[in-house]
Design a protein around this ligand. Structure first.
Ligand code: ATP
Ligand code: MG
Length: 395
């Protein structure tokens, strides 16, 4: 394992955000420091196109795992920072090659400082010569096992042999706040990930129907929220008691329309909570055609109850793609734990797939839902969750 003294972070979609460059960098800088808060000895420096982190004796793999979760980073590398003179550069390239356990290599130099007395090609040749002379490695320009990159800047140069892909997107929180309907299922945590990647700060709302839904089901949702909070530092979860509303729906609307009305009520509640929490949009894990309540007709009839924009990042994703992503972000195993959801408990046998507004409104006038909605909002519980510390997992 090659040892390096600096992490070099490259920014993500910065070019498209010209005028907001400063905000982007400031937020990313803050988010990177937050992600690495457990390492107090790191020192940070930000420039117009990079963040540099000086390492002391930290575990590179651990730092790498944390950085892969920070949105706004396009890539990062572990590098050795040396003074910009050719002897230092050569010496470091040789060390990296010797410590690498690789058989073939290639040099790649980029000269940011054009006043450096050698051009890139000369630097490549000089460093390659040093390695060829002192090790058994040979050059392979097409398919090298080890690619040594040298970046020459005015005062310092950075030498690295890896480039790790970052999460991309925008730094979490830079584009405002959205209220996500968070169930205990597979889809909504993935929706949270996609929204956060767009720089949105995600707050969550969950509908629980105790005693039909258990404490375990609720804890599972909080656990998912906690996992997703890792990407933005914390997450507020509004837990709404949905039991009375659901019981009334089943008494009045009966089987086929129950799901449609239930989801209309969820939207209404979400919009009100979103407004009170200064969220400008609602988010869901809906995907067209996945289940009865997600046909285009259903989405239209459900959506008409509110005016706030609804962001559905998974709308065109296949279930397989969603599952892949859930595995990548680590929520899949928790999502498939077999706890009942408020929807599954009251799941009707024949949900309508082509609901109409007229019928929905007809069923809704059969009970005083306004009072029930207000009560549910008044009694909501707001819980803040934070990323779990590694050692807590073992308690
Ligand atoms: P998920 O896997 O996210 O539960 P799903 O495929 O099971 O999605 P539905 O149960 O129809 O689909 O839910 C669609 C969306 O509605 C969810 O992605 C979520 O955003 C929201 N939702 C469903 N049930 C709840 C709930 N109990 N609390 C909050 N939001 C919910
Ligand atoms: Mg669900």
């Amino acid at each position: 394992m090659v040892k390096y003294d600096t992490v070099l972070i490259r920014y993500g979609e910065l070019s498209t955000k010209g005028k907001n460059r400063k905000d982007f960098i400031t937020r990313l800088f803050h988010n990177v420091k937050y992600a690495l808060r457990d390492y107090p000895d790191l020192t940070y420096q930000k420039t117009h196109d990079r963040i540099y982190i000086k390492l002391t004796d930290e575990d590179a793999d651990e730092i790498s795992e944390k950085l892969k979760r920070v949105f706004g980073i396009s890539s990062f590398s572990f590098t050795e920072k040396v003074e910009s003179n050719i002897e230092e550069i050569k010496k470091t390239c040789l060390r990296i090659a010797s410590e690498s356990n690789k058989k073939t290599f290639k040099m790649m130099t980029k000269r940011h400082d054009k006043s450096f007395p050698m051009i890139s090609d000369e630097i490549n040749r000089s460093c390659a010569g040093e390695i060829l002379h002192n090790t058994d490695l040979t050059v392979d320009v097409h398919n090298p096992e080890l690619l040594i990159r040298v970046e020459v800047h005015e005062k310092y140069s950075y030498i690295t042999s890896d480039k790790i892909k970052g999460a991309g997107g925008y730094p979490a929180g830079i584009n405002g706040k959205v209220l996500l309907l968070l169930s205990g299922g597979i889809d909504s945590p993935v929706a949270a990930y996609e929204l956060m990647k767009r720089g949105l700060f995600v707050e969550a709302i969950h509908f629980a129907s105790p005693p039909y839904t258990s404490e375990a089901a609720r804890n599972k949702v909080l656990k998912l929220a906690e996992m997703m909070s890792e990407y933005q530092g914390s997450m507020r979860v509004h837990v709404i008691n949905f039991t009375d509303i659901q019981l009334n729906i089943y008494k009045t609307a009966g089987d086929p329309y129950a799901v449609t009305i239930m989801r209309r009520m969820m939207y209404r509640l979400a919009e009100r909570v979103a407004q009170a929490s200064h969220c400008l949009a609602i988010g869901t894990g809906e995907s067209v055609g996945q289940v009865a309540s997600q046909t285009l007709e259903s989405i239209a009839v459900i959506n008409e109850t509110i005016t706030m924009p609804v962001l559905r990042p998974l709308v065109c994703f296949d279930k397989v793609e969603i599952i892949d992503l859930a595995r990548q972000i680590g929520t899949y195993e928790t999502s498939i734990l077999p706890f009942e959801d408020c929807c599954t408990i009251f799941d009707p046998k024949n949900p309508v797939t082509h609901p109409t507004s007229e019928k929905s409104v007809h069923y809704e006038t059969m009970f005083d839902y306004e009072t029930l909605l207000n009560e549910a909002i008044e009694k909501q519980e707001v819980i803040s969750v934070y990323p779990r510390k590694e050692e807590e997992e073992f308690l």
